[in-house]
Design a protein around this ligand. Structure first.
Ligand SMILES: [Zn+2]
Length: 512
């Protein structure tokens, strides 16, 4: 049985000199080793794939090496060869994500008093240390308070903020940076040349970009692409990564601008049926918006962007249809949806759809970001003299909006048999506790009753898609029975109607 050696493991740096993009860390570590001034506890923080574990392994070897060269492990001495053979028992690696128990840390506490079996120092590498249980943290703290001379702790984490200050203050901390796209690309090209893999420079850069500063992901993707036995170009990378490419992001942005809701459902549908990960697509879309924001807010935007001339031109063109505030608002909303998707896998698709659809109309949200975005667009219209009564109008050169909202003079909409529910705001509050998104939509509506049934009127033609869902109706019914003017309301006795002329009190822009 031969173990499959991945490219990442095969090309994992064996000394500090070959660690990419973390010179600010490796130079300090090398200095410490060369001068015999290593610490008892290190904390390596940074996002995944930036080299934390790699550096921990090199450091573990370096502190034990009998004749380090310029702070690097020599790779030849008894200690180095023992560690490389994997036969040593003094370097202990533990993944707190799979072993967060207090018992394990207690074991460490008991064994630290004994001297190492064969090496100078016993090194404990604890990965994802933020996952330790509170009890385990306490036990670890006791050990860190009085560490024996022959013990070194290297703690690694992707989430520094989850660590107790009592732990971080006892460690020497190093922050690993995301590796730049260029650094990743040149490392990939180096590995490719050694492995007889043909990859274009553009494709190597794209892999770097997709991996977002993580070398491990980048090398894995390179390996995945090379497995297809073809020369690696941009198309192959996109296909392999299941990335939709910037074209699809541009299409989604265009659909949002044109309020083309059908197109939005189509795009998400295509991604789902291609079995691609919607979360990855959202990551790309956020990146696309970020590029637009850079173009919108800086003079020399190209210097900060990783784009080809063609991509730059296409992105700038779309960017013209946004104010800075609108871009910020969209990025914030997309990031919220992105986080929600990572928490709940089952509703990914719905979250994606709802998020994009809500971006077609600022009025769906009453967050400060949405309001700022609306103020900015009104200001712009006033300033340009092209003020229009319809805040939903967007025209993209060459394409017509798919939906024309005509503003008519307000009409009286209340029918005599219905009277408003005076406690509507409270009802919305009860819904907000379980479903924030539905509550935001409800804020654009008014509740009425004729004594037996509830009629919810909304001016937004999209709202019934949300409010009509059985789970949302049930929440509304519960809320009305709890705080409403009447009781005995069932989900079935709730009706939702669209009234374009409806005004709601908490909408400061209703008069525009
Ligand atoms: Zn050595």
């Amino acid at each position: 049985m031969s173990e499959h050696t991945t490219l990442y493991r095969k090309w994992r740096p064996i000394d500090f000199a070959s660690v990419v993009g973390q010179d600010h860390i490796t130079s300090v570590l090398k200095y410490q080793i060369a001068n015999g001034r290593s610490s008892h506890a290190y904390l390596f923080c940074g996002s995944r794939g930036t080299g934390k574990t790699t550096c921990a392994k090199i450091l573990a070897k370096a502190v034990n090496c009998l004749s380090p060269i310029d702070g690097n492990p020599c790779g030849k001495c008894e200690a180095c060869t023992l560690i490389e053979s994997g036969a040593d028992t003094d370097i202990i690696e533990m993944d707190a994500a799979s072993n967060n128990g207090v018992d394990y840390i207690r074991d460490i506490r008991e064994e630290v008093v004994y001297t190492p079996a064969a090496l100078k120092k016993r090194v404990y590498i604890i990965d994802e240390v933020h996952m330790l249980s509170p009890g385990a943290f306490n036990a670890l703290l006791k050990t860190l308070e009085e560490p024996p001379q022959h013990v070194v702790f290297i703690l690694a984490t992707t989430e520094l903020q989850k660590l107790p200050a009592t732990i971080t203050s006892r460690c020497q901390r190093f922050d690993f940076k995301r590796i730049s796209t260029d650094d990743i690309a040149s490392r990939l090209e180096f590995i490719a040349s050694k492995e007889n893999i043909s990859v274009t420079h553009e494709a190597a850069k794209l892999i770097g970009r997709i991996s977002q500063g993580g070398m491990r992901d980048a090398i894995s993707l390179l390996e995945l692409c090379s497995g297809k036995g073809k020369s690696i170009n941009i198309a192959l990378v996109n296909e392999t990564a299941g990335v939709m490419g910037r074209g699809v992001s541009a299409e989604a942005v265009t659909a949002i601008l044109k309020k083309d809701i059908q197109k939005i459902f189509e795009i998400i549908g295509d991604i789902t049926s291609a079995s691609a990960d919607i979360t990855i697509f959202f990551g790309e879309l956020i990146e696309f918006y970020r590029d637009m924001l850079v173009i919108k807010s800086t003079k020399d935007a190209k210097a900060y962007l990783d784009l080809t001339d063609e991509e730059y031109k296409a992105t700038s063109a779309l960017c013209e249809h946004f104010t800075k505030e609108k871009l910020l608002y969209h990025i914030k909303s997309l990031a919220d949806a992105y986080n929600a998707m990572q928490r709940s896998i089952t509703v990914k698709r719905v979250t994606a759809e709802m998020s994009l659809v809500s971006l077609t109309d600022d009025r769906i949200s009453v967050t400060p970001e949405a309001l700022l975005s609306r103020i900015a667009s009104l200001e712009e219209k006033l300033a340009s003299g092209s003020f229009s009564v319809s805040p939903t109008e967007v025209t993209i050169s060459g394409v017509k909006p798919t939906e024309n909202v005509k503003e008519e003079a307000p009409k009286k909409v209340l029918t005599t048999s219905l009277s408003p529910l005076s406690s509507w705001a409270e009802v919305i509050e009860t819904v907000e506790r379980s479903d924030n998104f539905a509550a935001q939509i409800l804020k654009q509506s008014k509740g009425y009753t004729d004594g037996t049934k509830i009629v919810i009127k909304t001016s937004n033609s999209f709202s019934p898609n949300i409010l009509g869902r059985p789970d949302v109706k049930a929440l509304i019914a519960t809320g009305i029975n709890l705080v409403g003017d009447i009781s005995g309301i069932t989900p079935d006795s709730i009706e939702i109607t669209v009234d374009q002329n409806l005004k709601y009190e908490d909408d400061p822009f209703a008069s525009f």
